[in-house]
Design a protein around this ligand. Structure first.
Ligand code: MG
Length: 419
């Protein structure tokens, strides 16, 4: 398999970058400081909070803001009816296509992927938000389309398919509503998969459970001991962000999301600082950055990459010569899964992104609509090979007709070359 190996693992938990030009800013300039912190220690917190340390906190606060901005690049919007020329003002097409030399379109590389999948069992892993559904302002409204649901159901009838999401397992199931799939919620910390006696023996956190249809399955929750602590932090975060307009805190069972998508940018420092202050009392929890969201999760050696390995093992798909895992996702937490596939030289990560990003993925897709096409073609390509060329021809024709348009339901710029 022709696997690239020159990528550097992206940062998920690295220290917050420090903007040296802001080192002299005094803490009194911050919108919020620990002196007026509303944080009170909880039952599961460490007793006594750390004291503010002046300039160190300044650096930390500005670093928080920098990290929040860096992980939340502005979306590229295209005015209705505008031409590709106008659109290029808001979107560096040349830069994007340069980036795609390193991360080719999975659609353009489709025949190559299918060739490599010959005589192999494809195992499909899909993130949810931004991959199967558009990113929306209200996370409770991130619905996937019926056509996407139909396609995923069809894919699952050919390949073992799992959804791996940062949301709670129950919540992502409520969105997807397909009992044919396996689900890993809370960034892989809550997995429901097939019964495996070997795994049950090797992993102390495996227990027998049943799915929504009463079918016996294995439930794996490596961070189960953190449940009461995460719940306590969730309630604290709700309380301390309730005065910040637009802030939304979600409980994903084993992790918590603090969304600032709808918060004015001049309050981002406030929200970041308050989350940071709460976590000072919980050294066994950490925060990571997503797209306009801060994720709080237990410090455990578990992530989406480990979840992929666990599911491959539990599905009996660890034979790298005969199995081709494909993981499609759109954000930093998916990078752990991309890295596992890259490092083990046994599959492909596909990054969904409309902007340049460093990644451990091999291929890229611009948005969920391209993902829809890709998994449709994977299913069709695996089922009846003549259909593949028909689909490819149709796609090329569409791309020529659609020069530049607002293709996605999420108003992400979709641009296609005419050549
Ligand atoms: Mg996502």
């Amino acid at each position: 398999m022709d696997l690239k190996s020159s990528h550097v693992s992206p940062v998920l938990t690295d220290p917050v970058p420090v903007n040296k030009s802001r080192l002299r800013m005094h803490s009194s300039l911050l919108a919020y400081s620990q002196q007026d912190s509303p944080v009170t220690p909880g039952k599961y917190s460490r007793s006594g909070s750390r004291k503010s340390t002046g300039s160190v906190d300044d650096v930390r606060s500005n670093g928080l803001l920098d990290a929040m901005k860096a992980s939340s690049p502005p979306r590229k919007k295209l005015l209705k009816g505008s031409s590709a020329q106008v659109a290029s003002i808001d979107f560096d097409i040349e830069d994007y296509y340069t980036w795609m030399l390193e991360y080719p379109s999975a659609l353009d590389s489709f025949e190559k992927i299918i060739d490599l999948a010959q005589n192999k069992q494809i195992a499909m892993f899909l993130d949810y938000d931004g991959t199967l559904s558009p990113i929306v302002d209200d996370p409770d409204c991130a619905f996937m389309s019926e056509s996407m649901r139909t396609t995923v159901r069809s894919v699952a009838s050919y390949f073992p398919t799992a959804i791996i999401s940062g949301r709670s397992r129950d919540k992502v199931f409520d969105f997807v509503k397909l009992t044919e799939l396996y689900y890993a919620g809370s960034h892989g910390m809550d997995i429901i998969g097939p019964v495996s006696e070997t795994l049950s023996k090797n992993h102390p956190n495996c227990i027998k459970s049943t799915d929504h249809e009463g079918k016996e399955l294995t439930l794996f929750q490596p961070a189960r001991e953190f449940l009461p602590m995460v719940d306590e932090v969730f309630r604290t975060l709700v309380e301390i962000t309730k005065d910040i307009q637009g802030a939304k805190v979600e409980n994903h069972k084993f992790c918590v999301s603090v969304h600032y998508r709808n918060v004015e940018e001049n309050s981002w420092t406030t929200i970041g600082q308050r989350v940071h202050d709460v976590l000072q009392n919980y050294p066994r929890l950490r925060s990571t950055y997503g797209r306009k969201v801060l994720e709080v999760r237990p410090v455990v050696d578990w992530n989406k990459g480990k979840a992929v390995e666990f599911l491959l093992e539990s599905l009996g798909l660890n034979d790298s010569d005969n199995v081709l895992p494909i993981y499609i996702g759109d954000d930093k937490t998916d990078e752990d899964a991309f890295k596992v596939l890259r490092d083990s030289n046994r599959g492909y990560g596909i990054l969904v992104s409309s902007v340049r990003k460093e990644s451990n993925a091999f291929y890229s897709l611009r948005d969920p609509s391209e993902n829809y096409k890709t998994i449709s073609m994977l299913r069709a390509g695996h089922e009846i090979s003549p259909t593949l060329s028909e689909l490819e021809e149709t796609r090329k024709k569409e791309w020529k007709e659609v020069n530049a348009k607002d293709y996605n339901m999420n108003s992400i710029l979709f641009y296609t070359p005419t050549t």
